[in-house]
Design a protein around this ligand. Structure first.
Ligand code: NAP
Length: 540
């Protein structure tokens, strides 16, 4: 962090709204607040827009939500002008889309790039947020919007000996901006979550040899991506209003059909047929097959067993197939992955699975990776080891609310907020895709649009009524947290060790800070609170 000498400190820039983060949430917040006539500005640590799609440039990076869902819905101009080329877009296309939107809305003139917030502190007397940055800039804003992202703080590879490694180490979530040539190299990939599963098939085609260090095997389903034909795109464009409306009120923020059919309501033969059809169709059809997959462990096990059978069908070596087969946690309680040729990759001569459940990594050496069965020499290590999710980005900034209350103390036992939008003790600080909303389980772009629209309506209400501040009530926050926990505990999600629960970060409190009631119901709850004069909040 750059220290700012007070005698040379820049004069604070006074604003109505400061937005932190130029991912899809922050970009939309900038557009909306500017159109409301507010004096607004955005700061972003990277040198371009795009957020997660700016940082995640690893080989094979692709969104596993269909792009007709995973794109802005607020502007018909944008959705009519932009044409997606594939059903599941690759990272370069999504980044190009973010840039296209930024140019179309002329966002960059109000963004300071290469600027990271270091402290965000509330001035009680002046009722404004004072934000310091690593460039020495100081902003003072009545409202502060945290669009810092739920998956934006990658875990660092901190295995013993990491600093002695003489080759190159790349983090999937901080991939370099220059070309990385892996041709003819011996490469290790550590981690087999969504990122690792996308990386492995692509790197296997380039590397001389690829060693995949797998700890917990993931369940992954075939993506079966396809190019989008012109007539399909035209059809979607003609029907966008209806599709978007359905998505906004759905569970996940997408147009995937859902069912009210419990698994055991159909015969074993019919189930098998449904699962096989969904497997062959690919994408996330599987997730919408039965209504009780995340509430009934026996139903869950039937589907898990079907997918396990597919691994055995695809992977030639029975021992490798056995090690790739997930056991001991419910399918879909870890975020489901969609892959392209993942299991097939293990049939290649140049790919070796290293089972870290049997032989954990002991250390990184100068030339490779040591486990109890020896050292494997490699030239490159790719760490796809996940994120300090949901709360990590907010806690990486020194945030102090009313009367100097620190967010770190407030969140010592896990992220707390009222409806994922505001935190008791932190007036006029708004969260976008914050913890305790449906974030981990919903389409981030549609959720961000809902959050930003609610926040902008709230700001308009405050300003129209000459009010200085809004703050979540302690009682309302307790009520919401109780609701989130109670609903979560009725599902299988909390039973798995995942970034959803914080179990992936040593020392992080284990909670399940995600609202499982779905985006549509969440929207109604937020709208109801606003309609009742912001019940659950104190306005001054
Ligand atoms: P992740 O799901 O948390 O997976 C991290 C992997 O690293 C796990 O397999 C973990 O094993 C492993 N790992 C961590 N430390 C290790 C160690 N010391 N030794 C061996 N293995 C180790 O992270 P991710 O793959 O980056 O995905 C995170 C989330 O980002 C996804 O769930 C998804 O929401 C999002 N994402 C989305 C897309 C997309 O297509 N839209 C693509 C990529 C990511 P354990 O499980 O045993 O800890």
């Amino acid at each position: 962090m750059q220290q700012v000498n007070s005698s040379h400190a820049k004069a604070p820039r006074r604003l109505d709204t400061l937005i932190i983060g130029a991912g899809f949430g922050g970009m939309y917040a900038l557009h909306r607040t500017r159109n409301m006539g507010l004096d607004t500005h955005l700061i972003e640590a990277g040198d371009d827009v795009g957020g997660t799609w700016y940082w995640n440039r690893y080989p094979g990076a692709r969104c596993d939500v269909m792009c007709i869902d995973y794109s802005y819905s607020f502007s018909d101009d944008i959705q009519q002008e932009w044409a997606w080329s594939e059903q599941f877009a690759a990272q370069p296309e999504i980044l190009a889309y973010a840039r296209f939107v930024a140019d179309k809305l002329d966002l960059k003139r109000d963004i300071s790039f290469n600027t990271r917030a270091t402290s965000v502190r509330y001035d009680d007397e002046r009722t404004l947020w004072r934000v310091q940055t690593d460039c020495g800039d100081v902003f003072e804003a009545k409202y502060c919007l945290m669009a810092t992202g739920p998956l934006s703080v990658p875990k660092q590879l901190d295995l013993p000996g990491t600093s002695t490694f003489k080759g190159a180490i790349y983090l999937s979530g901080k991939w370099p901006h220059h070309d990385v040539d892996l041709k003819g190299k011996r490469v290790a990939v550590i981690g087999t979550g969504s990122s690792g599963i996308q990386i492995v098939p692509v790197v296997a085609e380039q590397a001389e040899h690829l060693y995949v260090y797998q700890r917990t095997p993931s369940f992954t389903l075939p993506m079966r991506n396809r190019k989008l034909e012109e007539d399909y795109v035209a059809h979607i464009k003609a029907h966008y209003p209806g599709l978007r409306k359905a998505a906004r009120h759905s569970m996940t923020g997408g147009i995937r059909p859902i069912t009210h059919r419990p698994l055991f309501s159909v015969t074993p033969a019919e189930r098998e047929k449904l699962m096989e059809e969904a497997w062959q169709r690919g994408g996330s059809h599987f997730l919408g097959l039965f209504s009780d997959l995340l509430t009934n462990s026996e139903a869950n096990e039937v589907v898990a067993e079907f997918v396990r059978g597919k691994i055995a069908e695809v992977v030639n070596d029975p021992d490798t197939a056995r090690r790739l087969t997930p056991r001991g946690y419910p399918i879909f309680a870890r975020r489901p992955c969609l892959d392209t040729g993942y299991y097939e990759t293990y049939n290649r001569e140049n790919v070796t699975l290293k089972d870290c459940l049997e032989h954990p990594i002991i250390e990184i050496t100068e030339n490779g990776i040591r486990t109890a069965d020896g050292v494997v020499e490699v030239d490159v290590i790719i760490a796809a080891i996940g994120y300090d999710a949901l709360t990590g980005a907010m806690l990486s900034i020194d945030i102090e609310g009313k009367e100097g209350r620190s967010l770190k103390d407030k969140w010592a036992d896990g992220g707390r907020s009222h409806v994922g939008l505001m935190i008791e003790g932190f007036p006029n600080l708004f969260l976008i895709s914050g913890p305790n909303g449906p974030s981990a389980l919903a389409n981030f772009i549609l959720l961000a649009e809902q959050n930003v629209d609610w926040i902008c309506d709230c700001i308009r209400h405050l300003d129209a009524n000459g009010l200085r501040s809004i703050e979540a009530d302690a009682g309302a926050e307790n009520w919401w947290m109780n609701k989130v926990t109670t609903l979560g505990s009725m599902t299988l999600y909390p039973t798995a060790n995942t970034w959803y629960t914080g179990a992936n970060v040593p020392g992080k409190p284990r909670t399940f800070p995600v609202y499982v009631g779905g985006l549509g119901r969440y929207r109604e709850i937020c709208d109801d609170a606003a309609a009742q004069g912001y019940s659950g909040f104190t306005l001054k």
